[in-house]
Design a protein around this ligand. Structure first.
Ligand code: SAM
Ligand code: DTB
Ligand code: SF4
Length: 341
C-alpha cells in the first residue's frame, strides 16, 4: 500500500510530472487500484445559487463584476428552487449536490438561508457541498452543524503564480479558509485550474501545497481553464492535453486516497483525453449539462462514454441509474448496458 505522505518537495514533484508517460500512468493506475475500484466514478451535480456580480478579480472567472462577459446576474435563489434542482439531481443519479455562489464571502444575513438549504438538501439523503468564498471560523462551524459535508475552496495555482491571477485575496486567505473548514469538521474539496499560462513548476507547486496540507483534501477538483470571452484569459494559449493528464496522474500518486475530480473544461475534451484522465486516476466528475455558468457535456454523452469505458457511478447513486449507466460489455461488436451494474 502506498504511504500517505505530506512532505513532498518541489523537485520531486517536478520529476514526477516529467516521468516517461507510460511509467507515470502505470504508477498512478497502480496507486489508484490500491485505494479505489478502478471502474467507479463519483458523480456530483453543481448548481449556481448566486450568479455573477462578484467583487473579486479572478482573471479566469466569468462571474467577476470587473469583466464584461454578458452574463446575466442572479441574486441568491429561493430555497425552494434549490430543493427542486436537488431532487432532479438525485433522480438523475448524483450522490452529491454542490451549491456555488459568486461571493467573496457569505454575508451574515445570508447565513440563515444557506443553513436552511443545507438542512433540507441533506434531509433528502444527498451529500451536500458548498462553495461560497472565504469563511470565518464561526460560519464554517454553523454550516458544519447544519449538516454540510464538504466545502469547496480552491487554491487555484502555485503560491508563486497566484499573484498573476488574483489580487483581491491572498493565498494565505485561502489557506485560512481551508483551515476553518477542516477545524469545523467538514470534508475539504480543494484543487485548482490548469491552462492559465502557468509553468510546470506551478502545477507542481499547486499539487505540493494540496498534498502537504495536514490532511489531504478528500476531494481534489482539477479544472482545465474554460476561456470565457470578456475575461482577461479569453485568448490564453491551450495547455497541451498530455500535460493535463500528467497533472491528474501526479495528483493521484500524491493524494492516493482522495477523489480526484475531472472538473471544468470537459466540454472541450475529447473522449480519448477523458479516458486517459480516468486511467490516470481521476474518479469523480460533475454530471449535468451546466457547471456554474458554462457548459458541461450533455448527460447522454457522458452515459455513452461511461458505457464505452465500462465505468459506473460510485455506490450511493440510486439503483435506477446503475441500470442505465453502465458496465459496458462488448459482444459481437455491440455495446450492451448491463443492468446488474
Ligand atoms: N466564489 C467562490 C470562490 O471563488 O471561492 C466560489 C465559486 S468559484 C466560481 C469556484 C471555482 O471555480 C474557482 O475557484 C475556480 O477554480 C473555478 N473556476 C471559475 N471559473 C473558471 C473557469 N473559467 N475555468 C475553470 N475553472 C473555473
Ligand atoms: C471547481 O473546482 N470547479 C467547479 C466547482 N469547483 C465549483 C466550478 C467550475 C466553474 C467553471 C466556470 C463556470 O461554469 O462558471
Ligand atoms: Fe468571484 Fe469566485 Fe469568480 Fe473569483 S472565482 S470572481 S471569487 S465567483
Amino acid at each position: 500500500m502506498a504511504a500517505i505522505r505530506h512532505d513532498w518537495q518541489l523537485e520531486e514533484v517536478q520529476a514526477l510530472l516529467n516521468k516517461p508517460l507510460n511509467d507515470l500512468l502505470f504508477e498512478a493506475q497502480s496507486v489508484h487500484r490500491q485505494h479505489f475500484d478502478p471502474n467507479q466514478v463519483q458523480i456530483s451535480r453543481l448548481l449556481s445559487i448566486k450568479t455573477g456580480a462578484c467583487p473579486e478579480d479572478c482573471k479566469y472567472c466569468p462571474q467577476s463584476a470587473r469583466y464584461h462577459t454578458g452574463l446575466e446576474t442572479e441574486q441568491l435563489v429561493e430555497v425552494e428552487k434549490v430543493l427542486t434542482e436537488a431532487k432532479a439531481a438525485k433522480a438523475a443519479g448524483a450522490s452529491r449536490f454542490c451549491m456555488g455562489a459568486a461571493w467573496r464571502n457569505p454575508r451574515e444575513r445570508d447565513m440563515p438561508y444557506l443553513l436552511k438549504m443545507v438542512r433540507e438538501v441533506k434531509g433528502m439523503g444527498m451529500e451536500t457541498c458548498m462553495t461560497l468564498g472565504m469563511l470565518s471560523a464561526e460560519q464554517a462551524e454553523a454550516l458544519a452543524e447544519a449538516g454540510l459535508d464538504y466545502y469547496n475552496h480552491n487554491l487555484d495555482t502555485s503560491p508563486e503564480f497566484y499573484g498573476e491571477i488574483i489580487s483581491t485575496r491572498s493565498y494565505d486567505d485561502r489557506l485560512n479558509t481551508l483551515d476553518n473548514v477542516r477545524k469545523a469538521g467538514m470534508k475539504v474539496c480543494s484543487g485548482g485550474i490548469l491552462g492559465m499560462g502557468e509553468e510546470l513548476k506551478d502545477r507542481a507547486g499547486l499539487l505540493m501545497q494540496l498534498a502537504n496540507l495536514e490532511t489531504h483534501p478528500e476531494s481534489v477538483p482539477i479544472n482545465m481553464l474554460v476561456k470565457v470571452p470578456g475575461t482577461p484569459m479569453a485568448d490564453q494559449a491551450d495547455l497541451d492535453p498530455i500535460e493535463f493528464v500528467r497533472a491528474i496522474a501526479a495528483a493521484r500518486i500524491m493524494m492516493p486516497a482522495s477523489h480526484v475530480r475531472l472538473s471544468a473544461g470537459r466540454e472541450n475534451m475529447t473522449e480519448e483525453l477523458q479516458a486517459m484522465c480516468f486511467f490516470a486516476g481521476a474518479n469523480s466528475i460533475f454530471y449535468g449539462c451546466k457547471l456554474l455558468t458554462t457548459a458541461n457535456p450533455e448527460e447522454n454523452s457522458d452515459m455513452a462514454l461511461f458505457a464505452k469505458l465500462g465505468l459506473r457511478p460510485e455506490a450511493g447513486a440510486p439503483v435506477h441509474l446503475e441500470k442505465m449507466a453502465p458496465v459496458a460489455k462488448r459482444d459481437k461488436d455491440e455495446l450492451f448496458y448491463n443492468a446488474a451494474g
